[in-house]
Every structure is written in structure tokens, then in C-alpha cells.
Write a protein that binds this ligand. Structure first.
Ligand code: CMC
Length: 396
């Protein structure tokens, strides 16, 4: 008889072998392909990091040029996608729009869809690579199209002379508006934020990517599912939830009252706690420093005072100390996005765009894994035993 383990939330289950990122949650360590996140954030660009995560090694100069050129070549979205985005209500949540748009993309490339073109179509690495470049290249364009539709602006197309992050900023921009102007210091800050969000081993949305990919579905649908997983406030929606929480608290003076309600179990302190980190999240440390660089350019975001007081009170309170709850990546990132002028409900999109790199790296790794199988966990059944359906007239 097979002995199965009951493990809700997969607290203790390893379901794959991976070589992409490494976390030591007790020590607060994160590495991409062996390189410490602090060094990558300081020395690499988004594109170099994407290449590293996808291919395992840093690119040479010529590989990087070719990668950038290919991203640009693949970044143009189908006209039907533009029409689809423009059909949404102006108050639709950007994450719902992004997930739906990504799923629509799956219907536009039938020759690379295993359900249509044949189950083994992804055995061809060139086919896989084309989907990777297309999804990565199109992500910032889709994000910008969503923003511009919601704010009633016309489309601002990509500019091939700009880098990945600068291009995104530029597409969001409405000429003449202060917000979204691609100031180089702000572009640098967003590039670092993007790098810090690119990959984080088997978080909920990456696990969802692998889960969906295991059914053999096309990669656009798998990524749409991952976007859905990331949308939730326990995951990537936390950056939006943190800012809403800080706005509700309102001032430093209200912090003790809020902390008491968290300790009573009435609320969660959003942006705190992590399944793996039982120490300060290394990304949160870097983001906290980055916040000051951004505030130097655009002015100090007043809610940062509330955030710092929350952090100070929580880190010295027994409830949080005992449970090893520290600020995570989402605690300060939302404040930077707010200072940069992004609408609050757009923040999770700023998590999705870079995290697509991680999802695609795992998708690729999953397809290459000789042990890969359809993901199909077991349940413990505690429902009713056998019983007879009430007798009466037959329906058919
Ligand atoms: N505020 C108050 N209490 C908390 C919090 C929090 N943010 N997080 C965990 N706890 C408590 C929890 O109530 C439990 O207490 P007890 O032992 O008395 O029942 C204990 O700490 C252990 O928590 P858990 O829920 O078992 O931990 P988990 O690993 O299942 O959940 C988490 C991790 C991130 C979902 C959770 O900490 C949380 O909901 N945090 C707030 C949302 C958030 O910031 N999410 C972003 C995560 S990082 C980026 C990302 O993955 O997207």
C-alpha cells in the first residue's frame, strides 16, 4: 500500500529539480543561477538578467545584442489584441485585462499550439524560443496598452532605440505629462525593481506555470494562469494591498491601533511574512534603499513615514518576532510605484512583467526535464459514504 503524506499548501513537498534560483530563507539569501541578487541588481540590466535566467549563463556582448534585437522584433502585438484591449471597461482591473489578453494571444499563434499543431511541437527549441521572445517582448507593450486604454489615451508604440524598461516607461508616457517621463534615474530604479521581481523559484504563480504546462497546454494559456495566481493579495497583489492598507491607516499615530488589530487576527499586515524567508527578504532590503533614490527625484512619498513606523513597531513586537515575520518584497515597492505616478491597481502589473522571465525559464526547464509528469496531487476524502439518490420521477 502506498503511504501518502497530507501536506496542505505544500509546506514540505519538493516537486521538481531546478537550477534557476536558490533561496536560503533562514539567512535571507537569494541567487539567480548562482549569482547573489545584490550583485545582479548593482551590475546587470533587465535584459542581461533575463538572458541569464533563461539560458543559465550571462550573455556575451554579441549574444546580448542579438537578444535585445530579437526582443524588439517580437514585441509588436497583433491588431486583434489591441482591439480586444480597447473593448474593456475603463475601470476594469489591469490584472484581469492582462490575464485575458495573454490567453487571447494563445489563439493567435496556432502553429505553435500543441493542441492544434501537435503535441510534440515544443520539442523544437526554435519554436519554444520564439514563444519566449514573443511573450517577453510583448509583456511591456500589453501593460502599456492596458494603461493607456484605461486612461483614455491613444497607443504609444515601442521605440526600437530604447532598452526594455525605458521603452516601457516611454510607452506609458503621454508627452507633456510629468508622470511617466523616462528620467534616467527613474528608469534605472524601475530596471532594478524589475530585476528583483524576475524570478523566485516555486512561488505560487511559478508553480502554477509548471502545473499548467504539465497538461501540455500552450504557453500563452499557462502564462495567463500564472497571471491569475499572481493577482491574489497573498502573492503579487500584495503591493497594491500594502498601499491601500497604508492609506487606510493614514498616519504614524494610528499604527499601534492597527498592529493590535493584526495581533487579534482581524487583519493581516500586508507586505509582511513569507513562506520561505524567516529573515529579512533580501529584495526588500534593496528596495528600501532604492526608495530614497526615487524620492530624491520625485519627492518623498508621505506614506513612507507610516510604513517605517509599521516596520519599527512590528519588528520589536513579540507576535511578529515569534512568527519570524519580516517585510517582504511588496512592503516598500508599492510606495515607489506610487511615487512614480503609477495608479495603485496597476502595481501588480509591474510584478507580472518582470516575473514572466521566471515563468518562462521554469516552463523551459520543465519541458527539458526527463522526469516531467502531469501534476496531479491526491486528496484525503472526508465526504459522505455511499448513499442512494432519492427515488422519484426519472428526468430523461
Ligand atoms: N500579518 C499577520 N500575521 C501573519 C502574516 C501577516 N502578514 N503572515 C503570517 N502571519 C501569521 C499567521 O497568521 C500564522 O500565525 P499562527 O501561527 O498564529 O496561525 C503565522 O504567521 C504563520 O503564517 P502562515 O499563514 O502559516 O504562513 P504562510 O507561509 O502560509 O503564508 C504569506 C505566507 C506570504 C501568504 C503570509 O505571510 C501573508 O499572507 N502575508 C501577507 C501578504 C503578503 O505580503 N504577500 C506577499 C508575499 S511575498 C511576494 C510574493 O510572493 O508575491
Amino acid at each position: 500500500q502506498i503511504l501518502r503524506t497530507y501536506d496542505p499548501g505544500y509546506m514540505n513537498t519538493c516537486c521538481c529539480v531546478s537550477r534557476i534560483s536558490y533561496i536560503d530563507g533562514d539567512k535571507g539569501i537569494l541567487r539567480y543561477r548562482g549569482y547573489p541578487i545584490e550583485q545582479i541588481a548593482e551590475r546587470a540590466t533587465f535584459e542581461e538578467t533575463a538572458f541569464l535566467l533563461l539560458h543559465g549563463e550571462l550573455p556575451t556582448d554579441s549574444q546580448l545584442k542579438e537578444f535585445n534585437r530579437s526582443l524588439m522584433k517580437h514585441c509588436h502585438v497583433h491588431e486583434d489584441v489591441k482591439k480586444f484591449i480597447s473593448s474593456f471597461r475603463h475601470d476594469a482591473h489591469p490584472m484581469a485585462m492582462f490575464a485575458a489578453t495573454m490567453a487571447v494571444n494563445g489563439s493567435l499563434y496556432p502553429s505553435s499550439n500543441p493542441s492544434i499543431a501537435g503535441q510534440d511541437v515544443y520539442k523544437d527549441k526554435a519554436v519554444r524560443n520564439e514563444q519566449i521572445l514573443r511573450i517577453l517582448g510583448q509583456a511591456p507593450v500589453i501593460g502599456a496598452l492596458i494603461h493607456r486604454h484605461r486612461s483614455g489615451q491613444t497607443i504609444n508604440g515601442p521605440d526600437e532605440s530604447l532598452g526594455y524598461t525605458e521603452n516601457f516607461f516611454n510607452m506609458m508616457d503621454k508627452k507633456g505629462e510629468v508622470a511617466y517621463r523616462p528620467n534616467p534615474k527613474l528608469v534605472h530604479a524601475l530596471d532594478v525593481l524589475f530585476i528583483l521581481h524576475q524570478e523566485h523559484e516555486l512561488n505560487c504563480s511559478t508553480a502554477a506555470t509548471r502545473h499548467l504546462a504539465s497538461s501540455g497546454v500552450d504557453v500563452y494559456t499557462a502564462i495567463a494562469g500564472a497571471i491569475g495566481a499572481l493577482y491574489g493579495p497573498r502573492h503579487g497583489g500584495a503591493n497594491e494591498a500594502v498601499v491601500r492598507m497604508l492609506e487606510t491607516i493614514g498616519s504614524k499615530e494610528e499604527v499601534p491601533k492597527f498592529i493590535e488589530s493584526v495581533k487579534k487576527g482581524e487583519k493581516k499586515l500586508m507586505g509582511f511574512g513569507h513562506r520561505v524567508y524567516k529573515n529579512y527578504d533580501p529584495r526588500a532590503k534593496l528596495i528600501r534603499r532604492l526608495a530614497d533614490e526615487v524620492f530624491d527625484v520625485v519627492g518623498r512619498e508621505p506614506l513612507v513615514e507610516v510604513a517605517m513606523e509599521l516596520e519599527r513597531v512590528a519588528l520589536s513586537d513579540e507576535y511578529f518576532v515569534k512568527r519570524k515575520l519580516y517585510p517582504n518584497v511588496d512592503f516598500y515597492s508599492g510606495l515607489i510605484y506610487k511615487a512614480l505616478g503609477f495608479p495603485t491597481d496597476f502595481f501588480p502589473i509591474l510584478f507580472v512583467i518582470p516575473r514572466i522571465t521566471g515563468w518562462l525559464s521554469h516552463w523551459n526547464e520543465f519541458l527539458d526535464d526527463p522526469d516531467n509528469k502531469i501534476v496531479r496531487p491526491f486528496q484525503v476524502y472526508k465526504g459522505s459514504g455511499l448513499r442512494n439518490f432519492p427515488s422519484g420521477d426519472l428526468k430523461y
